[in-house]
Design a protein around this ligand. Sequence first.
Ligand SMILES: Nc1ncnc2c1ncn2[C@@H]1O[C@H](COP(=O)(O)OP(=O)(O)OP(=O)(O)O)[C@@H](O)[C@H]1O
Ligand SMILES: [Mg+2]
Length: 590
Amino acid sequence: MENENKQLVLSVKDLAVSFKTDAGLVHAVRGVSFDLFKGETLCIVGESGSGKSVTSKTIMGILSANAVIENGSVVYEGEDLTKIDESEFHRIRGHKIGMVFQDPLSSLNPIMKVGKQITEAMLVNSDLMKQKYDRIISKEEAAYKNIEAKRKTAYQRADRLIENSDEDYNKQIYALDSKIKEAYYKASTINPRKKEMSALYEKYEKLLHETKDGEKRKAIYAEKQKELQPLIDEMNAARVEASKEASQIQAENKQKIKELTAQKKSEHARIAAQAKQLKKEADAEFNASRPALKAALDAKKKEAKAEIEKYKVEEKAKYDADMAALKAKGASEEELAKRTKEYNSLFKISKEEAKAAALKVMAEVGIPQPEVRFNQYPFEFSGGMRQRIVIAIALTANPEVLICDEPTTALDVTIQAQILELINRLKKERNMSVIFISHDLGVVANMADRVAVMYAGKIVEVGTAAEVFYDPKHPYTWALLSSIPDLDSHEQLEAIPGTPPYLLNPPKGDAFAARNKYAMAIDFKSEPPFFKVTDTHYAATWLLDKRAPQAEKPRIVSQRIKASLAREEASKEQEAKEVKSEDNGGDQNA
Ligand SMILES: Nc1ncnc2c1ncn2[C@@H]1O[C@H](COP(=O)(O)OP(=O)(O)OP(=O)(O)O)[C@@H](O)[C@H]1O
Ligand SMILES: [Mg+2]
């Protein structure tokens, strides 16, 4: 309900991203959806490996080469960012959507002065007429791009059909092959009398150790051999038996492998034909809508060119008239130069303008003595100051969305708090939308308008900050909340037991089940849907099913919530008192 009044900025839908590795496909993001609204901070929280960075890199279009976007979309200004060309992505990346990474050093050039790095970011997009042109045609261009994207998606889907089928067969063949190998391994190592044999070895070792007499030793050896032989015979018999079994298994499975390989081949051919058909249909659809959209785009391009031409002519006329008037008036060189500069700046950001803007943005992010700092190299800055520079660079393009991926993890606690405060302030002043990523719910508490909790490539709970902190529903959120160090005692609390699942073969059901002490049988079998708690609060846990037994959040979580609510109440009262005593006293500085 609340969301209805908000302006949607970015929409991620059913996003699935995998990585091709030697071991197979790693399913890093498995169906993530969320919306980002104007001026809000959405925090994405989860343990290491839950897919937070992969999600943000998908939005930025900077996934590594082995990544496959298997499904879903990231819609920004009517365009699906997962479908636009690399060559064009720069229009959006670092421009309308900025990003700040965990390690500021890796995003800065170590051998370029900081000031230059900031101005370069500005000068990349310094052609103001080009920007104007892009703005004018953006709607028609997006519509045209979308049909291209749609065709591309259909092509990818078709290719995935083939790959999936091959992969299915490969898995089965690998399993059969493993069975054969296991059987032969067993045949070469099996020993039903292992225990007795080692006991004998030990016994005779001892006896031999006790005497140096050659005759006696000979007798001991003979005795040992006599006792051992039947056991060895038994072992060998067992191995012969196991070998027979292994060749049996080999014969059976070899046959199955042969059949599967043949099936794989024919299935591959069948699906390839199907894929070809799908591509043909996609082509047909593309070709049907293309001419009209292409014509509309071309017309708009013409219009944009004409509009810019007209603008240039008009401004030139104004400039010429002004200059003539100034000269007639006997204006100084300075005045003339000023007017010329003004005129030039309509078309291009000049170096001086870029520098002035850089100094301004450096001051804005809290860098003291920007004039001095402008000419220094990254190594001359502390970690916190470097992160401010990275934020300054991200801000130069005046982004609408800022993605911060663990921006404070590499910093110590006090500096961390300052950077968080900075991001909060900038967000408010610039009315940006922020996606803030952290593995620590504690860090997020003072930042978030809304929180999405991620686990094993999925969002398992999402809600307003108050809902997730004060009324958490998913056992994983409970576990995360229990693991935040206590604010007052700094006591390190319950670590979450176990480790996240390996995403090569994601588990069935609720991925958190194996680590969840509240898990029920169904958690291991089928995946929980999102249950609605309120209009803004959803959680994917079977505990919210009507049939589930009542499960209470752990005591430690409820205690902390109580304590935190009490603190909040106290600070509100305090504030109320302060406001009263202040009367109507002047402006309040934050
Ligand atoms: N290039 C890659 N090749 C193979 N697997 C990858 C690649 N990049 C990421 N992964 C895998 O994808 C999963 C999600 O990784 P991601 O970096 O998104 O985690 P994260 O939530 O950001 O964790 P962290 O808190 O450690 O930054 C992990 O299992 C990771 O190993
Ligand atoms: Mg990460």
